[in-house]
Design a protein around this ligand. Structure first.
Ligand code: B12
Ligand code: SF4
Length: 527
């Protein structure tokens, strides 16, 4: 393939964008927000050397509004979280305005949940994994433009600094009722060790390495042991000094796991605690978390010299505020465990059992917007009065009312673990406090446009104003009017809209092909 030579003008120009809406609802940039999105980096590996490739990530760089860059590509490839669907529509309108012949390709959780709606807007609406982009490129440009072996393009990932990001697996073998992976129902798959080695080599030496897998531990114990051996070996060869990963609770149940990963250089594990309330965990089918006391498990991890990070879900739809406050009092009053890295509202992500339950119960608020599925906006009816819940959300997102206790907690935590945790790990622990109290400073927030475009938030989807980016940054054709209107989940009466009906339909059993990850084969075409 590389023997084919093309003049510069015959090469295909491809722009890959991670679309993103920030919680401040304005043109923010967050260069230090981690983990980083790596979708565009992996997708770029589908393109052969006959393509000229550029990446753009809206998290660190702010909204993409540069008319020159938007008019540049022959193909625009879009990825992003569920709530970024409307942002994909904005960029589609911009790119088509600047170049009516541009081919727009989109994928990710929202496209998977809304295939029919997506086909109305994008030339290729991909429900497959990253490998599907090779099929798209072959179909649109010809076989020579697709790569033979997919290797992530870290060389183009300008936003990844000293912390390299890789993935050793995809999917998850658990089925928590609120998780978008449960909605997608895909098989858990591990990368063969050779693929993992190839990713780390492509990344080049970094200070640290972070595995973004949903479930780094997985199901195959032998493969896990071999993976840790490979990581230890590459660390000894100097590719990185230490590493961190996301693991599910079962990892902590097996004897020897903590020691094994620490010996291989692991210094941080993130695990979804979600709540300390066993009944709530059972209700959301997070049964792997109720097998032993979370405080015991976290303490064991910290005492083994591995920093533990986690988030909590404040489920105001099934729990009283008084109950949630008791839980937070418990956390700040327990110096044996770190403070959570983030607090979030429950999100009824499309197609999850939690989403379906909310529909059945008529729990959606009127005028729910897909964009508001971000964890800081109320989309479902709470148990307590809405205005009290809003005050609670405002306070909790900034840890207001808990700051003095949180500082005392930090001091006691430091005293308890100063001999087992390294200074860098202590900084991470204090980072949780920083993220809750001074998120802008920790994530390096700046503005990529006038910050005055930011409006005060209501935190309730029915009344929350959409981001300033819903006003086009430059003139677009009237045929793109819908592209700048929010995609509605429910109408003014709280009924599911026609556009969202496909996500609400009962899930059909899926016959999933077994894709070969990265290096080799092809996934099925779902277009
Ligand atoms: C990095 C990350 C972030 C980053 C960047 C996210 C971004 N894209 O902008 C930050 C820190 C900003 C973030 C925030 C949040 N995140 Co996050 N995050 C991740 C993480 C760790 C890695 C994502 C990633 O890059 N994966 C690697 C790429 C290659 O895979 P992928 O994006 O999953 O895409 C797969 C398919 O969808 C498909 N695909 C995707 N795009 C395309 C495009 C094409 C053309 C094709 C062919 C295929 C394709 O291919 C991939 C598989 O091969 C995942 C966990 C995980 N391992 O997936 C969670 C995850 C995506 N996050 C999640 C959640 C819940 C959140 C928060 C809502 C948490 C919260 N309550 O605050 C917030 C949202 C905040 C906001 N304001 O919107 C959920 C899912 C959310 C969703 N569906 O919307 C995940 C899956 C974690 C989990 N298991 O719950 N997150
Ligand atoms: S363990 Fe995590 S990734 Fe797996 S289904 Fe539950 S929430 Fe999703």
């Amino acid at each position: 393939m590389s023997s084919v030579r093309l003049s510069r003008s015959a090469r295909k120009k491809v722009l890959l964008v991670n679309c993103y809406f920030d919680d401040v609802r304005g043109p923010a940039r967050r260069p230090r927000k981690v983990p980083h999105a790596i979708g565009p980096v992996y997708l770029a590996g589908a393109l052969s050397s006959l393509c000229e490739v550029r990446l753009y990530n809206e998290v660190p760089s702010g909204p993409l509004e540069d008319p020159a860059l938007l008019g540049w590509p022959d193909m625009l490839v879009l990825t992003g979280l569920t709530n970024a669907f409307d942002r994909m529509l904005h960029l589609t309108a911009y790119a088509r305005t600047r170049n009516p012949r541009v081919i727009v390709v989109a994928g990710g959780p929202s496209v998977r949940a809304l295939p029919a709606l997506s086909r109305r807007f994008f030339d290729y609406a991909c429900a497959g994994d990253i490998e599907e982009l090779r099929d798209v490129v072959r179909d649109a440009f010809g076989p020579a433009f697709a790569s033979e072996t997919m290797v992530p393009r870290y060389d183009l990932a300008y936003w990844i600094g000293s912390i390299g990001h890789v993935e050793a697996s995809r999917g998850c073998n658990f089925r928590c009722s609120f998780c978008s992976l449960t909605a997608e129902g895909r098989r858990y798959q591990s990368y063969p060790l050779e693929d993992l080695r190839r990713q780390i080599l492509a990344m080049g030496p970094k200070k640290r390495l972070f595995f973004v897998d949903n479930n780094f531990y997985g199901v195959d114990r032998k493969l896990f042991a071999d993976r840790i051996e490979l990581i230890g070996e590459m660390r000894r060869q100097g590719y990185f000094a230490d590493w961190g990963a996301l693991v599910t609770n079962d990892f902590f149940h097996a004897e020897g796991n903590l020691e094994r990963v620490r010996e291989a250089g692991c210094r941080l594990l993130f695990s979804g605690v979600e709540s300390f309330d066993t009944e709530w965990l059972e209700g959301v089918n997070k049964l792997q978390n109720v097998r032993c006391s979370p405080v015991e498990l976290i303490t064991k991890c910290l005492q083994a010299g591995v920093m533990f990070a986690y988030g909590l879900i404040l489920d105001v739809t099934t729990r009283r505020l008084a109950d949630l406050r008791r839980e937070l009092d418990f956390v700040v009053g327990t110096p044996e465990i770190p403070l959570p890295g983030f607090l979030t509202l429950p999100i009824p992500l499309l197609g999850t059992p939690f989403f379906r339950e909310a529909l059945d119960k008529g729990a959606f608020l009127p005028g729910t917007k897909l964009r508001d599925m971000d964890g800081s906006t109320l989309c479902l009816r709470p148990l307590d009065p809405v205005d009290e819940v809003v005050d609670f959300i405002r306070d909790m997102l900034a840890l207001r009312g808990y700051r003095r206790h949180a500082l005392m907690h930090a001091a006691r935590f430091t005293r308890l673990y100063r001999s087992t945790l390294r200074p860098m790990q202590m900084v991470l622990a204090m980072g949780s406090l920083g993220l809750l109290c001074a998120d802008g400073m920790i994530t390096g927030r700046t503005w990529s446009g006038p910050a005055g475009r930011v409006r005060r938030r209501t935190h309730v989807t029915t009344t929350e104003a959409v981001d300033s980016m819903y006003t086009p940054a430059f003139r677009v054709g009237s045929q793109y009017e819908r592209h700048f209107m929010p995609t509605m989940v429910t109408d003014a009466e709280g009924r599911t809209t026609d556009e969202l009906a496909e996500a609400a339909a009962p899930a059909a059993p899926r016959a999933e092909p077994r894709p070969k990850l990265m290096g080799g084969g092809v996934t099925s075409r779902v277009m």
